[in-house]
Design a protein around this ligand. Structure first.
Ligand code: NAP
Length: 240
């Protein structure tokens, strides 16, 4: 999709992967929208040291509709925000993990897809199908030593599998299944975040809808089988 100037919006923009993805999209000539939940201004530097031009929008979990109305021009929406409340299991921590990691992304996914459908019905314009990238994590299918993180990421992954049966006609859905990389969320992650962001964009440019970046070779085998199994199960047992 990077031949013409496209608009890319990334949630969790001030986090390690959010920043790295925005920098790489900038190299590809995209217009950038940084979606952050804090008010702190986000400054990103290009390779030559200059400041990367971007529009920053603040949003809050639970107020996705207010954000969606500002994403009319977006071609690629990257749902990347997340938290990892390690060692916690209180009712508040459970609610926060589900809201931030799973339900807010699900609401943005549904809202953006509905907006795209309304947009194309109104204009009838032939333009490339907008995309939503959902960052679930390999915690979808293996332990992350953080039960609430695993539960919420698995829920997000399962919702994506179920709803993609209906939504993939309107938007192109890509699932990012990433192994441990260094960030505030995972300070001991094995992979450098720049490497992960490079791999994500590379696999997207190859046309992959399932993007896997991890040092664990099993995930490259098990994750495609898992998504295939879910597709068959959900198709058999549900109706549009
Ligand atoms: N690090 C890993 O090992 C790893 C592995 C697999 C998957 N992932 C996933 O990759 C994504 C990015 O994580 P990261 O490692 O780059 O972590 P990070 O540096 O901590 O970035 C996560 C970002 O999420 C946003 N966020 C945090 N709390 C939020 C809230 N309450 N509401 C809305 N947004 C909130 C914040 O960005 P803003 O302030 O800009 O909103 C934060 O900087 C996450 O979804 C994570 O689960 C990480």
């Amino acid at each position: 999709m990077h031949q013409r100037e496209i608009t890319v919006a990334v949630t969790g923009a001030s986090g390690a992967l959010g920043r790295a993805l925005l920098q790489r999209w900038h190299r590809r000539g995209a217009r950038l929208i940084a979606l952050t939940h804090s008010q702190a201004p986000l400054e990103l530097q290009a390779d030559d040291g200059s400041s990367i031009p971007l529009r920053q929008l603040c949003w809050q979990v639970g107020q996705e509709q207010a954000l969606l109305s500002q994403l009319q021009e977006v071609d690629v929406l990257v749902l990347n925000h997340g938290i990892n409340l390690q060692q916690q299991r209180s009712v508040e921590a459970t609610a926060q993990s589900l809201e931030v990691n799973a339900l807010s992304s699900w609401r943005l996914l549904e809202g953006f897809a509905a907006q795209v459908a309304a947009r194309s019905a109104a204009t009838g314009a032939a333009r490339p199908r907008p995309e939503i990238w959902v960052n679930t994590s390999e915690a979808e299918i293996e332990p992350a030593f953080s039960p609430l993180y695993e539960i919420s990421k698995r829920l997000l992954g399962q919702l994506l599998s179920l709803r993609s049966l209906d939504l993939s006609g309107q938007v192109r859905l890509r699932r990012l299944v990433l192994g441990p990389f260094r960030s505030a969320l995972n300070p001991v992650g094995l992979m450098p975040v720049g490497f992960v962001a490079d791999q994500v964009l590379l696999q997207a440019s190859w046309g992959c809808n399932l993007i896997v970046v991890t040092p664990n070779p099993l995930i490259y085998v098990v994750m495609p089988l898992t998504t295939l199994g879910r597709w068959a199960y959900n198709s058999l047992l549900t109706r549009p």
